[in-house]
Design a protein around this ligand. Structure first.
Ligand SMILES: [Fe+2]
Ligand SMILES: [Fe+2]
Length: 299
């Protein structure tokens, strides 16, 4: 018996996480008797940083695998590097055996624009080039073609695993089910259009066709949700997210009455003004935040 911990969106550069914080995460992993770790993308903006984080946890005694998030993809050049990054621990369209009947399948994932309220791909693509971090990602084909290529490749792997009667745990970066897409109202409605880049409904529909998918774990949303079972498969989404989105940050600003209305997008200047107190609070509560942002799969 082992325990796999899947985490995503550590964003160690933006969150200024380094060895003291990684040591706290190691404590959480040990306390929970974790035997293997998978990072499901957005560990950092630089791939070299992501690899250094992986290395830290390997040194701490945990076998580590990972797939890419959009933040790492923006630091890579070429389709080959994104799909087949040359690292022993990289898991995209590849499996790692967990036990006799179960494998972990890693997938970078992509998006098919179907979570947007817009339907014109050209309009959506234009919005991406204006507003979205992923405009920095250079892929060989347009987004919808890239998604189609991904579906074809994933289907080959899943058909093969179904034939071999393997149970599958999938770790991926982007959202595969509409149940995890939040529609906003009022002045934040513009985000509903940008939901185009959150994930791929067509990938979820492909998953729906298999009855040997035990669990699908993903991130990217920077929102944590309760698990949901869809077509017999458990879906888990608990990204770590940016520091101003953390639960502990909300507790800090509310407990100290630093804001009258909680809005994570407006917290950075507030935190800057109270940096020493925030840092102290963060250090005291970071282990709980890590634990809340972790999906544990027994195998
Ligand atoms: Fe992220
Ligand atoms: Fe992401």
């Amino acid at each position: 018996m082992g325990k796999l911990a899947i985490m995503s969106d550590l964003h160690v550069d933006i969150n200024r996480l380094a060895e003291p914080e990684f040591a706290l995460l190691v404590e959480v992993l040990r306390e929970r008797q974790i035997t293997r770790v998978h990072f499901a993308g957005d560990t950092a903006n630089k791939i070299t940083t992501t690899l250094a984080v992986n290395h830290y946890f390997v040194q701490a005694g945990f076998p580590v695998t990972f797939n890419l998030g959009n933040h790492e993809m923006a630091d890579l050049s070429g389709e080959e590097a994104i799909e087949h990054f040359p690292d022993h621990d990289f898991l995209n369209l590849r499996t790692k055996r967990l036990n006799e009947q179960t494998v972990l399948l890693g997938l970078n994932g992509w998006y098919d624009y179907q979570f947007s309220e817009l339907s014109d791909p050209q309009k959506i693509s234009a919005m991406k080039n204006l507003y979205w971090y992923d405009r920095n990602i250079k892929r060989a084909a347009d987004d919808l073609t890239t998604n189609q290529h991904m579906l074809t490749a994933v289907k080959i792997v899943l058909d093969d695993l179904a034939r071999k009667k393997q149970q599958v745990v999938i770790a991926t970066h982007f959202v595969p089910q509409a149940a995890f897409i939040v529609t906003l109202t009022g002045k934040y409605q513009v985000w509903n259009k940008l939901n185009a880049f959150l994930g791929s409904r067509s990938l979820g529909e492909l998953f729906d066709q298999y009855d040997n998918l035990q669990q699908v774990v993903f991130g990217h949303t920077h929102r944590r949700f309760p698990d949901q079972v869809i077509h017999g498969t458990r879906y888990s989404c608990r990204p770590f997210g940016y520091f101003y989105e953390w639960r502990l940050t909300r507790d800090f600003v509310l407990a100290n009455q630093l804001v009258t209305e909680y809005n994570p997008m407006k917290l950075r200047p507030v935190i800057r003004q109270h940096q020493p107190a925030f840092d102290q609070y963060r250090n005291a509560h970071l282990k709980i935040e890590f634990a809340q942002a972790m999906t544990i799969v027994d195998y």
